[in-house]
Design a protein around this ligand. Structure first.
Ligand code: DLL
Length: 452
């Protein structure tokens, strides 16, 4: 009996009740919540105006008097912040506290240019742990659980973020990080993991290797999965649930805003509750930047209202979603957002790592003899995302008739790509003039076969 060896069946059923980590905020009346939001927004605005030159300039440019913000509706008069704005602050210029108060630093993977570096104070880390605790408790995790965290423990926010939250719940944390998948499976069986935390793509990989590993799903104690960091379809959810015999929950976040812990599914699994006492969410039309009403799809914009180290004002995420009207049966009053379906820009996500095609281009062009013609082919093998870069070589490289030289040339390209992306995609060299040329319209260099 899965899970039954550790918990009585009655106990498992009683754990289905709609638990909340902080009901005082998660089920607060909307009036009280809005009051909390307004007060926290005023504090945040004062903090950034005083401490971050770029925000002061942007607020002055729009003639916003931070002392005069009277209602949440005034949010719409505040300037937006973009990824490029944050990149310009590299590494620490957008921090709103003295550096001595920063106790943790994470960063984005370093996309088109400079990565975005984010800093947390002690209070930020404590808040973050409790926000992740909400995510976990909403998925039924308690201090009885063995939580296997298969996100890399590195500069990215996922591994250490979930770690803090799972410890806060009091679960037994198994930090497997990016351990080899077969070892993950042995640990999962032997240590009796009850919950897996990873990208959905990785969960699918675990599921497909499980089938070959000789381990029967009934030998596992796994009953819950918390997946995020990349878009995933309902079809993928069903597949993961059926092969691993678990219930899978979606959760959403981004490094700039805090990392994981921004929004999460409850037992209803009908939209993701946004932690609105920490983040004000808006959906705007990506063209006009006008706020859109609930139900309409647009770009998600977040304002952090409780962060000290790295506050954000109206940050344009590039993620496409909508707010779901109405209340949720779970009792939470926190607004729900729909699952994120895609992005407004050309960022692609491979196994939870964010990549811009321009970043690939930049790395390729560092290798002499490469033409600026390439194609990125995304596929799935054993449930895991694969990325192949097809690269056109210059006709002016006669030595490429020599197999040894070809190998050397490919290695050089691979090294540049690995340095820039942080992982090693497959590189295939193709003959000169074989890849599609631009005909004036935006050329699509990405072929995504993952959902085919
Ligand atoms: O992916 C934080 C995270 C880690 C969230 C683990 C959930 C679980 P970044 O690496 O900065 O941070 O990437 C953020 O990933 O803007 C979305 O485009 C995408 N993303 C994150 N969660 C989801 C999700 C982390 N549940 C970017 N569904 C975001 C779809 C997601 N896309």
């Amino acid at each position: 009996m899965r899970g039954g060896a550790l918990f009585g069946v009655d106990e498992i059923e009683s754990r289905e009740v709609r638990m909340m980590y902080s009901p005082e905020f998660e089920a607060m009346s909307r009036d009280d919540l809005e009051q909390v939001q307004l007060e926290r927004l005023q504090t945040t605005l004062n903090r950034v105006y005083r401490n971050v030159a770029a925000y002061r300039r942007a607020l002055d440019r729009e003639s916003v008097d931070v002392e005069r913000l009277r209602s949440l509706d005034d949010l719409r008069y505040l300037p937006f912040t973009t990824k490029d704005d944050l990149r310009e602050s590299y590494p620490y210029d957008a921090f709103a506290v003295p550096l001595k108060d920063i106790v943790r630093i994470h960063s984005t993977s370093g996309t088109t240019g400079k990565p975005i570096v984010v800093g947390y104070t002690k209070t930020d880390l404590s808040h973050w742990a409790s926000l992740i605790a909400r995510v976990l408790v909403a998925a039924g995790i308690t201090d009885h659980d063995f939580v296997q965290i298969a996100f890399a423990y590195n500069l990215g926010t996922a591994g250490l973020g979930f770690h803090g939250g799972a410890e806060r719940v009091g679960a037994s944390v198994i930090p497997t990080s990016n351990e080899d998948v077969r070892r993950q499976l042995r640990i999962m069986r032997d240590y009796k993991s009850t919950a897996l935390i990873s990208t959905p793509g990785y969960a699918l990989h675990v599921a497909s290797v499980l089938a070959e590993s000789g381990i029967h799903p009934d030998e596992l104690f796994l009953r819950t999965g918390l997946f995020g960091a990349e878009p995933w379809s309902m079809g993928l959810r069903t597949q993961i649930e059926e092969t691993l015999h678990i219930t899978a929950y979606d959760n959403y976040g981004l490094s700039e805003v805090i990392g994981p812990g921004v929004a999460f599914e409850c037992s209803e699994r009908n939209g993701l509750h946004v932690n609105e006492d920490h983040f004000i969410v808006e959906v705007v039309d990506p063209e006009t930047l006008e706020p859109l009403p609930p139900g309409e799809r647009g770009e998600l914009v977040f304002t952090t209202i409780a962060k000290q180290g790295f506050p954000l004002i109206r940050y344009r995420t590039g993620d496409i979603s909508s707010l779901i009207p109405g209340t949720c049966r779970c009792g939470r009053t926190l607004v729900r957002m729909d699952r994120v379906s895609g992005r407004t820009d050309d960022m692609i996500i491979v196994e939870g790592v964010n990549v811009f095609p321009s970043q690939v281009e930049e790395a390729l062009l560092k290798a002499e003899g490469v033409e600026p013609h390439y194609r990125i082919v995304l596929d799935r093998e054993e449930g895991l995302d694969t990325m192949e870069i097809q690269v056109e070589v210059s006709a002016a490289l006669p030595e490429l008739d020599d197999a040894g030289e070809v190998l050397k040339f490919r290695r050089t390209i691979e090294t540049h790509l690995t340095t820039s992306l942080g992982f090693s995609p497959k590189v295939t060299l193709v003959e000169p003039k074989t890849l599609e040329r631009s005909t004036g319209a935006k050329i699509n260099r990405v072929l995504d076969r993952r959902d085919a």
